[in-house]
Design a protein around this ligand. Structure first.
Ligand SMILES: Cc1cc2nc3c(=O)[nH]c(=O)nc-3n(C[C@H](O)[C@H](O)[C@H](O)COP(=O)(O)O)c2cc1C
Length: 231
């Protein structure tokens, strides 16, 4: 089912904006800034290269967008798994991905915010669509809805990819990975913490490393390795 006004924890995007506006207004009256960050945990955005000996298989890019680092950990695990299978993989943030014409496959992922990939990930796909159309491409997303897996939540989460699939319909991904992410309230602004807490969002690291590695092997490696390039 496709929803135009995605829900996260029962709050629609419109609802989220309404709550945010209300809280900002209340705080402005009280003279307190809503954007203070308390005791932020360390946020890392892993980037690197693995594989690439002289017998190497295909060279692939694993690129991602993230605000607080959870998606970077997922991208890193995907890259390492592909290298373990003999590929050479570069893991980079989408904002640092340069010319992609030397790759023989590209994995693109993003954290989900308000029911969508971060805009820089979609921009990357749009900007590089002429090259991506000729390559095997896999998408993935990282979100908290899957911290509570259910059929309904999976349907919801799959709809998060609709804007990407509709914006660039010529790119048909060989796989779409959907993974539970991580949320640390200490990293959030006062406002986001308040909203997510009030909705009962679970806090913690829900990344399932086995599921991530299995997807990398079975959906990415297998399909990239056997991809028939268009002439
Ligand atoms: C302000 C905010 C909005 C979010 N919106 C959604 C959402 O719509 N759906 C969802 O499943 N998760 C949502 N999340 C959870 C994030 O997708 C999850 O924490 C993810 O792991 C963050 O990845 P990152 O650390 O790479 O940025 C939201 C988190 C925050 C802080």
């Amino acid at each position: 089912m496709v929803s135009n006004d995605n829900n996260f924890l029962g709050v629609s995007r419109r609802g989220f904006l309404a709550i945010s506006t209300g809280i900002i207004a209340a705080l402005s009256l009280g003279g307190t800034s809503p954007f203070g960050v308390s005791q932020a945990a360390e946020i890392r955005f892993p980037e690197g290269r693995c594989g690439g000996n002289k017998n190497m298989g295909k060279r692939v890019l694993v690129t991602y967008a993230s605000k607080y680092g959870a998606t970077g950990g997922v991208a890193d695990a995907i890259g390492k798994e592909l290298c373990g299978k003999g590929m050479a993989a570069d893991v980079v943030l989408v904002k640092n991905a340069g010319n992609i014409s030397s790759y023989q496959g590209v994995v693109i992922g993003s954290a989900i915010y308000m029911g969508k990939w971060l805009s820089e990930a979609l921009d990357f796909v749009k900007k590089n669509q002429d090259i991506l159309r000729q390559l095997p491409v896999a998408y993935f997303l990282v979100c908290m809805t899957l911290a509570r897996p259910s059929e309904k939540n999976m349907t919801e989460v799959l709809s998060y990819m609709d804007p990407v699939l509709k914006s660039v319909p010529e790119i048909k991904p060989v796989g779409i990975g959907t993974f539970a992410g991580a949320l640390d309230y200490n990293n959030l602004s006062w406002l986001n913490k308040k909203i997510l807490k009030s909705k009962g969002s679970p806090e913690g690291d829900f990344r399932d490393w086995n599921a991530i590695r299995t997807w990398a092997r079975e959906q990415v490696y297998e399909k990239f390795a056997h991809y028939e390039f268009k002439k």
